[in-house]
Design a protein around this ligand. Structure first.
Ligand SMILES: CC(C)(COP(=O)(O)OP(=O)(O)OC[C@H]1O[C@@H](n2cnc3c(N)ncnc32)[C@H](O)[C@@H]1OP(=O)(O)O)[C@@H](O)C(=O)NCCC(=O)NCCS
Length: 204
């Protein structure tokens, strides 16, 4: 199984990717922003997508979207083909697309809206925090993508303040300013070195 940054040569998979996303959403009975094969192909051509292939068989996919003039990045459309689920593939794809987003757009905040427990778990592992929608992009084009979701009436009724999805955000600035955590073992060793130094000083 290879998990790689997609390019033009992978455009032949655009159709099956869209079909798998739509079929999975129908099975789950949840809302989904619909994508076209043309849109998916564009993502591949621009180097803004990750694809997982088992030989020449499509196994999984996710792509990057830029919002609010590049202030925000979203890793969207995560899909693992039913034949390959439950073996850690989504996690591999998420890690790859997250790392790629951070390298390509280092100053952008990375966000996600989801109803899925699997995605919530993976986002949390990557350092995303749950936030109200007010912390996410206000780019109208992003929210227009929700029009094809069956819960869109909830989003409009609440003036885009909340919906059935949970908003999650990775803020690179917040991550940098977090205090450095020292392991207890290391801390105790540093403490004993400091005490030994004081003892030495007292003896002099
Ligand atoms: C959700 C999906 C991407 C998971 O793919 P996968 O390769 O089976 O996931 P992984 O094996 O990498 O599992 C990643 C984590 O999610 C958990 N998970 C996977 N499927 C889950 C499910 N249906 N419900 C709850 N947790 C789930 C796993 O236990 C794992 O968590 P852990 O690290 O705590 O053990 C896949 O089922 C899918 O494509 N579903 C349809 C599309 C979809 O829901 N996309 C998300 C859009 S919001």
């Amino acid at each position: 199984m290879e998990v790689i940054i997609a390019d033009q040569s992978h455009s032949k998979y655009a159709e099956i990717i869209c079909e798998t996303i739509a079929e999975s959403a129908a099975v789950r009975g949840t809302g989904i922003a619909r994508r076209t094969p043309e849109y998916i192909t564009k993502k591949m051509v621009n180097g803004n997508a990750v694809i997982a292939l088992d030989g020449d068989k499509f196994a999984g996919f996710c792509y990057i979207e830029l919002w609010g003039h590049g202030k925000f990045v979203a890793n969207s459309g995560l899909i693992v083909h039913p034949d390959y689920r439950g073996a850690g593939l989504a996690k591999k794809i998420k890690h790859k697309v997250f790392k790629h987003s951070r390298t390509k757009f280092p100053d952008a905040k990375v966000f996600s809206i989801t109803t899925g427990l699997a995605v919530m778990k993976m986002n949390t592992e990557l350092g995303y925090k749950p936030v109200p929608f007010s912390e996410l992009t206000d780019d109208p084009t992003f929210w227009d993508g929700c029009q094809t979701c069956k819960n869109y009436d909830v989003l409009t009724r609440t003036n885009r303040k909340m919906c059935l999805c949970t908003g999650m955000l990775y803020d690179p600035k917040a991550e940098k300013s977090e205090p450095i955590k020292i392991k207890e073992k290391v801390f105790n060793r540093l403490k004993s070195i400091k005490q030994a130094m004081f003892l030495k000083k007292d003896k002099k």
